[in-house]
Design a protein around this ligand. Sequence first.
Ligand SMILES: Cc1cc2nc3c(=O)[nH]c(=O)nc-3n(C[C@H](O)[C@H](O)[C@H](O)COP(=O)(O)O)c2cc1C
Length: 484
Amino acid sequence: MTAMPEPLLSLRTWLEKVESIGELRHVKGAHWDVELGAIAELSYQRPKPMALLFDDIVGYPSGSRVLTGSTGSARRLGHTLRLGDDLDDVGLVAALRGKPSQWKAAAADFPAETVTESPLLENVVEGPDVDLLSLPVPRWHDRDGGRFIGTGCFVVTSDPENGAINGGCYRMEVQDEGRSATVNAVPGKHGAQHIQRWFDQHGRAPVVVSFGHDPLLLVTGGTEVPAGISELDYAGAILGQRVPVLRGEHTGLPIPAGSEIAIEGWLRPDDVRDEGPFGEWTGYYSGSRRPAPALEIVRLYHRDDPIQLGAPPGKPPHDYSYMRTAMKSAMVEDALNAAGVAGVRGAWAHEAGGGRLFIVVSIEHRFAGHARQVGHLAAQLPAAAYMNRFVVVVDDDIDPRDLGEVVWAMCTRCDPAQDIDIVAGTWGSKLDPMLLEGAPPYNSRAVVDACRPFERRSSFPAVSTGDPAYLQSVLDRWSEVFEH
Ligand SMILES: Cc1cc2nc3c(=O)[nH]c(=O)nc-3n(C[C@H](O)[C@H](O)[C@H](O)COP(=O)(O)O)c2cc1C
């Protein structure tokens, strides 16, 4: 009997490639309870973090695996985004320039395609027999409130009015000894809006979740793809091929055929369980244990020897902070250009701010008021509005990725009394370590104009570095001084 070919977006195909470029390491014998997460955390802090494939996890059969660090290097992220297998950090940024708007425009040409066969159907477990803890679900951090199966997951919902599909990455904690899992989508996220609409109109919401797939679905599900566009179709635009999907037997929702593990079921507004805390991307545990809707799982599908795609957050750098920074930076720059803003030269959503809290945009400063326009827009773009805290606008002689240069510009081209605008009542989160327990999840943000004042551009003190051409000629003449 010939084996079924690997479907598009199979994690196994992705792993083969990553292994062939030397970016995968195998780890055997780690414990699911904190040890696996600690190994992953130590790895993120290395200068070149590898993807780690955990097997022989204590208490579980060989073959039942967990992957971490999938998108943590330019080569792996470049491959995942089908931009090239040899990119370095600078090459990845260049390759990403302009791509989000191209993918957005092309998504309609790559609607997900329904298929009827997939290795995912190797094991189908019906409702009462479902046990998520038959899988080695990690407790990632030592103060986590439970075991989180949903970190690199892809949660599929639909709009009850027009059937539009959304795929989002929302954390999921195992509940009821493995019979259920809570879905923690922040209000305002597209999936959360879908679920609320289903609750209002039908009293329950159908949901499908994939827990192991080509990390492209982690990237599209975990990044602010514009509203109304299915992340499956957006992934199709990135691939240049339609994504094959099975249809959930009970919900009719699409399940990526390349998935390793998937569930389908129903959320109900009054069926909640306490979940959290969880070590989050801000670098802190996310407050107290709070109620979240729990999924009534009607089916579990999994391949033989299934692989969970883990993506645990934490104090940056964490599992997906590199990916978040690269994608968010490209999306912010792209959205500013698409809005018709002049002179945008680059944007960078710094990893230290989890790719959300601290965004720098460099501009060719063209008119009085330009810097403020860019700053306020950047702070409120759909790609950036959730949990931004600082936007800094700098002149185009400043590299927005270089924190030393950005701080120098803030220190020398910005008068705090005049050049920092504070906007309150903006889109915050219960994950915000600054939010008081029980307070509504607003935050505030500062838009920092760190450009030379427009009217003083020609009279502003000259930067005291040598002329680049002259410095180069000196370097050529005195090269022995600089030899080590
Ligand atoms: C690994 C990972 C975990 C995430 N966890 C959550 C979460 O628990 N809740 C949430 O609302 N967003 C979470 N996000 C962010 C959302 O996935 C992101 O905002 C995405 O754009 C949501 O999709 P949507 O805009 O279609 O709703 C996570 C992202 C990643 C990559």
